[in-house]
Design a protein around this ligand. Sequence first.
Ligand code: RP5
Length: 349
Amino acid sequence: MTDRLLIRIYPDDRYEKPRRMYEPARVKILFVAESPPPDPERFFYFENVPYHDSLFWETMKVLYSAREIDRGGKREFLERFKCDGYHLIDAVESPLPDGADKERAIRDSLENLKSKLRALRDAKVIDDDTKIILISKTVYDVCVGALKDDGFNVANTEMIPLPVQGHAKQFREKLSRVLNMTTTPLVSIVMGSDSDLEIMNEAAKALAEFGIPYEIDITSAHRSPARTSEYSRGLKARGVKVVIAGAGGAAHLAGVIAAETTLPVIAVPIPSTALLGLDSLLAMVQMPAGIPVATVAIGKPGATNAGILAAQMIGLYDDAVAKKLVAYKEKLVEGVEAKSRKLKEGRKS
Ligand code: RP5
């Protein structure tokens, strides 16, 4: 259904291909930007772009509390963007030439944008819960009233500027405000270094599967002890319910956080040294009596389980998450049954 829809929405297949790679099954937040850039390789999501992608990176900074940007990690951010149910379309389908009258172009293409959004709604890619965030003053000015009148859930109460020409800070502040109104993170995923990100992303993916808002950040128990302490002390007041902490080597991050908060802390040992995570596992699991951390397996399976375990904690009071957990277990059963059938059929032939 979505494939058919994309072909209709993005008739120019230069844009369709990169966008299709990052099309989530269900969109939680749909960003509407101005228009695709002239060169399809410079598309907002497209990973091989070393420059002219400030909209992408400034958005990532807000969504994932990423402070320092590692451009080499773009694919990871893109994957997470998709997994978490974010998507972006443009108000104008084709690139605008330099000096074009943007306002007029967006106005002329408004009916087209509305029919795209209706098609997404009919295909259940977006629904009443999907928040639409309009990026750039022109898009906001032209579209806000028209989309609201059509029953779309526009989240902006003010325009958000494009993060160019000195507006990056204002972009981040305004986008954060809109997002904070819509989602408060319930789980904090923290890690000692950006080299842990690939593994810790698995926890993020698991949380996204259960529709649980999370934040993700880097803080180190030994390299930035004051920052770690401040971060840990502020968690509860910000509404976070569970912490997932990943670290490699001596790996005291989870223990240090647990010392500073009464929130449950789940520790993920990262295989980042010559001891392949056994060092971190033992450090984490051997917390002395009084400061527990719930330690999971080394590496990606552990990170996935940390996400599921956090979901189970949230599911104790959140019925929607509890239902998703039941459905998840049923899917596991079905998966085993399908494998069993396949095995038996293979042996017959
Ligand atoms: C730990 O040291 C981090 O959690 C990471 O696993 C390991 C190596 O960090 P980098 O040297 O890659 O920054 O604190």
